[in-house]
Design a protein around this ligand. Structure first.
Ligand code: ZN
Ligand code: ZN
Length: 371
């Protein structure tokens, strides 16, 4: 066993250092994870680029990596009982570490826990024992961490999809209460949009319509491959008219916006959802405000508009079930992987600052390779 762990540390905006860290002593209630992979999403780029400066997410120095997959390396006796795992087990670790006592925790909203604990997002590198993020060889397992045991036979790349897939479960199905036989429009074919197609298909949705732009041709093709019944290039066709045609004027039960930046899909989505339907808003628009939005449309059509940010325990459990059955099919989304020593490159490819051979759909760090 290595005497030292190593971690990539974001020391300031847009700069990583690599540090050796002493492996901590593990008491009866805690554990140590040997990292296998850290999945990346838009949050990783926003952290790197300084978008969170001045907020609870902006702590520096910080080891990023909140989509955590690894093997139990050391484990206290009480922790083993509590988590139902043993040394050597392969697990995924929930990002949030809820205190269990505050109002949001009591209210079953652990992601809003007052204690502000969260791997790779809120806990800075300076806090002992330093191993609080996934861009590292090891992760400290706090007594209040939450783990899911996962199968050994799903390859690293496919397994690293668990976090965006958990989001897809919550955003496309759980929150809007999508049912078999219903219809959904998914605006934006990023990794979460494409995985939402799979979730909707598994649930038995009858019509699954995905929108994208000229730059998304490859992704729209993937959407059809995953079971989208129609795709719309919004730069070539009017998406609202097209959805009305595809549904014989009935519109759809659910619209999920997972497109980034542009607010146009919000205005268009309102015209696509049926009376009494649900509109899930998940695509971050950064500082773009919505103009010409008439809230009366929500009132007269009884449309529910729901904001979503992440996912939680039951969504992750469902995502693991989907991966067990469909990982071979979903592997195609895993386009790029990098060792920890190339964390900066990985994040910049993710943010489309640089290119590295093809469209980056899902990127993960292979944390088993030393920098
Ligand atoms: Zn993420
Ligand atoms: Zn709490």
């Amino acid at each position: 066993m290595a005497e030292k762990a190593y971690a990539a540390v974001l020391t300031e905006e847009r700069h990583f250092d690599y540090r050796d860290v002493d492996i901590p002593e593990i008491g009866p209630d805690e554990g140590l994870l040997r990292m296998e992979a850290a999945g990346l999403c838009g949050t990783d780029y926003e952290q790197f680029d300084g978008h969170f400066a001045g907020t609870v997410y902006g702590t520096l120095p910080m080891t990023p990596g909140h989509e955590i997959l690894g093997w139990i390396d050391r484990l206290g006796a009480n922790a083993a009982k509590r988590w139902g795992v043993k040394e050597g087990d392969r697990v995924i670790v929930e990002t949030s570490i809820p205190c269990g006592d505050c109002i949001p925790c009591q209210d079953d909203r652990p992601i809003f826990c007052d204690e502000n604990m969260g791997y790779g997002i809120r806990l800075g590198f300076d806090r002992i024992p330093h191993l609080w993020g996934g861009y590292a060889s090891h992760l400290y397992l706090h007594p209040k961490s939450r783990l899911h045991k996962v199968p050994d036979d799903i390859p690293t790349d496919a397994m690293s999809l668990f976090n965006p897939l958990s989001n897809a479960v919550r955003w496309a199905a759980v929150k809007p209460n999508l049912k078999a036989g219903q219809s959904i429009v998914i605006e934006g074919p990023g990794q979460r949009g494409l995985l939402s197609v799979v979730v909707a298909r598994e649930l038995g949705a009858e019509k699954i319509i995905v929108t994208g732009t000229n730059a998304d041709e490859n992704r729209l093709k993937l959407a059809r491959q995953f079971g989208a019944t129609a795709t719309i290039n919004v730069e070539k066709e009017d998406p609202v008219e097209r959805v009305h045609e595809l549904t014989d004027g009935r519109k759809v039960d659910v619209v999920l916006d997972v497109s980034a930046g542009s607010t146009e899909p919000i205005l268009q989505g309102i015209e696509m959802v049926r009376k009494g339907g649900n509109f899930v808003v998940a695509g971050v628009k950064t500082h773009n405000a919505l103009n010409d939005f008439y809230t009366d449309k929500l009132i007269f059509n009884e449309i529910s508009m729901l904001g979503v940010l992440s996912s939680d325990w039951t969504d992750t459990a469902k995502a693991v079930e989907i991966l067990k059955n469909h990982w071979q099919e979903l592997k195609v989304l895993c386009t790029h992987s990098y060792p920890i020593g190339e964390a900066e490159k990985a994040v910049r490819v993710l943010g489309r600052e640089i290119e590295d051979g093809g469209d980056p759909v899902h990127i993960y760090l292979d944390t088993t390779i030393a920098p």
